[in-house]
Ligand binder design. Structure first.
Ligand SMILES: Cc1ncc(COP(=O)(O)O)c(C=O)c1O
Length: 409
């Protein structure tokens, strides 16, 4: 096939982006599994818990009531009301239902937002390491991702001076994501306030806060979001969230956001010309998720915290690795700098985090995602959204590996 562009069926727009690396890693592990290999996947970005029964029952009830037809393009009145109450109850944020949009996952909400707002030449500030899609969506919008490097010494968090330095007259958005995928880093109230103080001084900059891991917080840390911490930023903040991670509902595809009405109206216009409404059945299930019993959420978080502790301890015992202990989400993001340049038993020099992750998959049947995918090398992401047994077995590969690898001759 010709290179993308004028003489090719593929647009040059598509040449700017790559397939989501975390999806690709999961797919590679599934491929090997299908071929009969025993694979332990520590690559999944979704809770291993089942969707709670009351939520499934609400979906079945919705089908029985024939709620199987088109709904309002950006969500049913019932779900918008449930989201409105959630924002009030959990975040102290007041949004009218006309300020709320429902999409097919938080992913669609973020995609819609960037497509509705970016102009060629605009800049979007993203703290690295970051969720794979922010940069590619920005590039699709013909804008420029501006990465702010956040090292483990700083807990993978953006410092206010670094944010200030990254802002230019062309900055349109700053994307914040706490707890973070892939590092698990979580901003405290005080840390977030330092960032919002900077943002107050730059009134042309909008803030997209991706709060999808809000409820996966450990060690008694409390969640904070931008418009709650700094009400003066309410008018230029989009607060994005969803049911995927908190309610173990990744396959149901429901995400939502609250924000200024003109932006929400424009998102509705785009959605009306692309996917229309998210699944009517999933929307009914999401109403139950947000309004039904919430008691399992801290129970899940406690299980995740135990697994995080085991993961951090086992990784820090493996020679050549260093793992920062994160405050939230269900990921750890260890450095494999100490292994770069070493030789595998097969005699291959490990030159990058990607090569390290491929070697892990081939030699030990353990799937993780290379840090390069999140714009930070040489690191890799481990998801502990898997059983403790699988986690321990998978992590065991790291100490076996470290013993096997030699210094280059
Ligand atoms: C940081 C972050 N934001 C957004 C999403 C999108 O989630 P969903 O589209 O399932 O709501 C994900 C999923 O992995 C994520 O990790």
């Amino acid at each position: 096939m010709n290179a993308p562009g004028r003489h090719s069926i593929i647009s040059s727009r598509m040449a700017r982006i790559k397939q989501s690396a975390s999806n690709a890693a999961g797919a590679r592990a599934r491929e090997l599994q299908a071929a009969g290999r025993d694979i332990i996947s520590l690559a999944n970005g979704e809770p291993d818990f089942p969707t709670p029964d009351n939520i499934k029952a609400a979906a079945i009830e919705a089908m029985r009531r024939e709620e199987t037809k088109y709904t309002d393009v950006d969500g049913t009145p019932a779900l918008k009301q449930a989201v409105r109450e959630k924002f009030k109850r959990e975040n102290g944020l007041d949004y009218e239902t006309s300020q709320i949009t429902i999409g097919t996952g938080g992913k669609q909400v973020i995609y819609n937002t960037l497509m509705c707002t970016l102009e060629p030449g605009d800049e979007v500030i993203i703290a690295a390491p970051h969720w794979v899609s922010y940069t590619d969506m920005t590039l699709l919008g013909e804008a420029k991702p501006v990465l702010v490097n956040c090292s483990p010494e700083r807990g993978f968090k953006m410092h206010p001076e670094d944010l200030d330095r990254a802002i230019t007259p062309r900055t349109k958005w700053v994307i914040l994501n706490s707890p973070n995928n892939p590092s698990g880093a979580t901003y405290s109230h005080a840390e977030l306030k330092q960032l919002t103080d900077v943002l107050l001084r730059h009134p042309h900059v909008w803030i997209l806060t991706d709060d999808i891991y809000e409820h996966l917080l450990y060690d008694g840390n409390r969640f904070a979001t931008v418009a709650q911490i700094e009400p003066n930023l309410y008018e230029r903040t989009l607060t994005v969230n969803g049911v995927s991670k908190t309610y173990a509902m990744t396959g149901w595809r429901i995400g939502y956001a609250g924000g200024p009405k003109p932006l929400i109206d424009t998102i509705r216009k785009l959605q009306s010309q692309s996917t229309s409404n998210p699944s009517s059945i999933s929307q009914a299930a999401a109403v139950e998720a947000l309004t039904g019993p919430q008691d399992f959420i801290p129970r899940h978080a406690a299980v995740f915290q135990q697994r995080r502790d085991v993961a951090v301890e086992m990784l820090n015992r493996a020679a050549g690795l260093y793992c920062h202990k994160p405050e939230g989400a269900f990921y750890v993001f260890p450095s494999c700098a100490g292994l770069i340049g070493r030789k595998t038993p097969q005699g291959k020099v490990i030159a990058s985090d990607l090569e390290f992750t491929l070697y892990l998959l081939d030699s030990f049947g353990v799937a993780v995602v290379q840090g390069d995918a999140y714009n930070m090398a040489p690191y890799f992401r481990i998801s502990y959204a898997t059983s403790m047994e699988q986690l321990k077995e998978g992590l065991g590969a790291f100490s076996r590996h470290a013993r096997n690898c030699r210094e280059p001759a």
